[in-house]
Design a protein around this ligand. Sequence first.
Ligand code: MG
Ligand code: MG
Ligand code: MG
Length: 307
Amino acid sequence: MAMYVVGHKIPDSDSICGAIALAYLKNQIGEEAIPTRLGEVSPETQFILDRFGFEAPELKMSYAGEDVYIVDHTEKTQAPDDIDQARVVGVVDHHKLGDLTTSTPLECWIRPVGCSNTIIKMMYDFYNVEIPKGIAGLMMCAILSDTVIFKSPTCTTADIKCVEALAEIAGIDDAKELGMEMFKVKSAVEGTPARDLVMRDFKDFNMNGNLVGIGQLEVIDLAVFDDIKADLEADIAKLKEEGNRHSVLLLLTDIMKEGSQMLIASDDEGLVAKAYGAEISDSKVWLDGVLSRKKQVVPPLQEAFAG
Ligand code: MG
Ligand code: MG
Ligand code: MG
C-alpha cells in the first residue's frame, strides 16, 4: 500500500517541496510514496516549482484508512481533518512537538533546525540516496524560505551547510540571490484581497484550550501594506469571530529591518501585551528582531495562556 507524504494545511514551500523530496526518497528505497498537499500552492511555492520544472503535488484532503507520512508539523489543527482515521507511519518536522498521536510505532525525524528539508537531506544521506538536481533545487529554496535567507533565529549551521551542498547539486551559483528573488515574489501583495493575504501563511494553535490563529507575511518592505493595513485589521477581527477564536494575530515581517509589526484581534489584548512585554497601541505593536513565529511568537504566548 502506497503511503501519502503530506505537509500542513495552508502549505508553505517547506510542506510542498518536502512532500516531493521525501516521496522521491521513499520510492528510491523501495517504499511506494505519493506526495500530496492540503491546500492551494502559494505564489512563492509556485515560483520554486516553475524554476525547477515540477508540478504541484495532488490536492488530497481526506486520508481515512491510508498510510500517511507527516511533514513539517505535528499539530492536529494543522493536519488532515480525518488524521485520526489514518495510520501515521512517520513524521519529519522542526517545530515544537504538537498533539498528534499514533496507535502504531512510527518513524520519527524531528530536529531543532530551520527547515524540514534540512532534515530530509539528512535522511537522503542516511539512506545513501543521490538527490536529483531539480529536487535539490526545491529543497534548497524551502530552506532559504523557512530560514528567511539565514536571518531567522531558527537557522542553524546545519541549514547553511545544507543549502551550500544542495546549491552545488542544483548548479546554483548564488543561493542567496535566488532567495531574494523568492522574497520579491512574496512581497507582491498589491491587488490581493485581505482575506487571501491573512490566510496565506496562517496557523491555528490550541493554547490551553483556546484557539489562536497566527498569520505571517514576510516582505522586503512594510510599505507594501500602507494602503491595505486597515483592511487587514478589519479582516483579522472578522476571522476571529467567524472561527470562534480567542485571538488572531497577523505578523507583518520586514525581512530587511529584521522585525515584525503585529496586528492584534483578541479577546484579551492584555494577555498579548504580557506575552511580549510590549505596549500595544491601536491594536498594533512593533516587535524588534522578531522574524520567527515558531521560536519567538508562539512560545511566549503559550506561556502567557498557561498563566
Ligand atoms: Mg511550514
Ligand atoms: Mg518548515
Ligand atoms: Mg515560515
